[in-house]
Design a protein around this ligand. Structure first.
Ligand SMILES: Cc1cc2nc3c(=O)[nH]c(=O)nc-3n(C[C@H](O)[C@H](O)[C@H](O)COP(=O)(O)OP(=O)(O)OC[C@H]3O[C@@H](n4cnc5c(N)ncnc54)[C@H](O)[C@@H]3O)c2cc1C
Length: 384
């Protein structure tokens, strides 16, 4: 059975590990940060998060990825009275998207997703705020990132995946990172199985690199850049609004959104999308602007509104888009020897740079990794 090490425990690493385990691979995760940790370089806990595709009709693969998550999430909210959805930390909520442009016709490429989402409709004039020109609504999904990450981690462990907390060296090249990952897995095996495992060869068949922004230094990918997002966590002391996701896009590209956070009485107010800014300190002035914009979107004043959290996350943006591809890394120099002096090429599947769509891309892009691994290792999904 092929043995895969997944680097990273954000939504991408965890979903990839889960997909590989479900297909029969043995999997260990190595990651500096795990669910429950909070760090500027750990994007996933800070997400909004919702299902709202950013893909254009021409980006066929991304469209498929987004639809894969949508189908899986909707199913989880429907089956068994929605028990699985609750376990996952997701809720089905109507999303209303307001725009400063007129409604495109239903066969317009910008509405490619309309036939695929449930209860799609254009909003009537009296359902649209005065500042907007048009609006659409459909059944969306809100995700509580903390619960969702915890759920994925639990599933990984239930299926026999091992999770090792550790940092791989950055700036020393991918081969060095791969070697360190192998050492960490070896040490973990030793701890788990006792001294007799100490000399056991670490037989790793492939690595999947799900390091998000960390890939900028782990494998020197200069195309990566942060897209800073600031949000607030808000509670309404009285008369909370109807639990809907509202999102407004203005002509200058600014996006304002309110998201009821699943399983809580909190709301996420957002947001910002500032490219190239690494600063993870909360900016109070931006926070006040977000509060004003969101209350305006809800048509409310500020009474009884408690701001309980202020947060910043860095989306892993990448020039040229997501990187999901195979690289064979030469480990011959001081590498993972086979004991006979032969060089060893390690299959590394890169899986990072999902920008503002990591949650909705995760299921589909993990399936792509599964296919790439099967081709690279010569293991069909059924034969691992
Ligand atoms: C404000 C905001 C709102 C968002 N809203 C949405 C939304 O509505 N819908 C949506 O789909 N997406 C949304 N996103 C985007 C989504 O959060 C990201 O695309 C996703 O979290 C990226 O996940 P990741 O696993 O690639 O990276 P991360 O979560 O950053 O995980 C990277 C992992 O790699 C590990 N790692 C990195 N370097 C090393 C190293 N050297 N050694 C060991 N481990 C390492 C880290 O410790 C971590 O475990 C939003 C993001 C933000 C900030």
């Amino acid at each position: 059975m092929a043995y895969i090490v997944v680097i990273g425990a954000g939504v991408i690493g965890l979903q990839t590990a889960l997909t590989l385990l479900e297909a029969g691979y043995k999997v260990s995760i190595v990651a500096k940060y795990l669910p429950g940790d909070e760090a500027g370089m750990y994007t996933s806990p800070w997400a909004g998060a919702i299902w709202r595709t950013h893909a254009t009709a021409e980006q066929k693969e991304t469209c498929e990825w987004d639809l894969a998550s949508y189908a899986e999430w909707i199913k989880a909210t429907e089956e068994d009275g929605g028990v699985e959805g609750v376990r996952m930390g997701i809720e089905r909520r109507q999303i209303r998207v307001y725009s400063s442009k007129p409604t495109p016709s239903l066969d317009s490429p910008s509405l490619w997703f309309a036939p695929h989402v449930q209860s799609f409709r254009t909003l009537a004039a009296d359902e649209i705020p005065t500042a907007a020109k048009s609006g659409i609504a459909y059944d969306g999904i809100a995700v509580n990132p903390l619960k969702y990450l915890a759920y994925l981690l639990r599933r990984v462990k239930e299926l026999g995946g091992y999770v090792i907390q550790g940092e791989l060296p950055v700036g020393a090249g991918l081969a060095e990172a791969v070697r360190t990952a192998a050492q960490l897995v070896s040490a973990e095996r030793k701890g788990r199985r006792g001294e007799e495992a100490a000399n056991e060869a670490v037989d790793i068949d492939a690595i999947v690199n799900c390091t998000g922004l960390g890939a900028a230094t782990l494998c020197n990918d200069e195309a990566l850049f942060p897209i800073r997002g600031q949000t607030l966590l808000v509670r309404f002391a009285a008369s909370p609004p109807p639990k809907r996701i509202l999102l407004s896009e203005s002509e200058d590209g600014a996006v304002t959104y309110v998201i009821p956070r699943p399983g809580t009485d909190l709301w996420v107010f957002g947001g910002t999308k500032t490219k190239g800014v690494w600063d993870v300190e909360v900016n109070e002035r931006i926070g006040e602007q977000i509060l004003d914009r969101c209350l305006g979107l809800l048509g409310r004043e500020g009474e009884g509104v408690e701001v309980l959290g202020k947060q910043v996350g860095l989306r892993p943006g990448r020039e040229g888009g997501v990187r999901v591809e195979v690289e064979v890394v030469d480990l011959s120099v001081g590498g993972l020897g086979d004991g006979e002096g032969k060089s060893k090429g390690m299959v590394v599947v890169h899986q990072y740079g999902h920008a503002g769509a990591g949650y909705q891309n995760a299921v589909g892009s993990a399936r792509k990794v599964l296919g790439l691994l099967g081709e690279a290792l010569g293991t069909s999904t059924k034969a691992v």
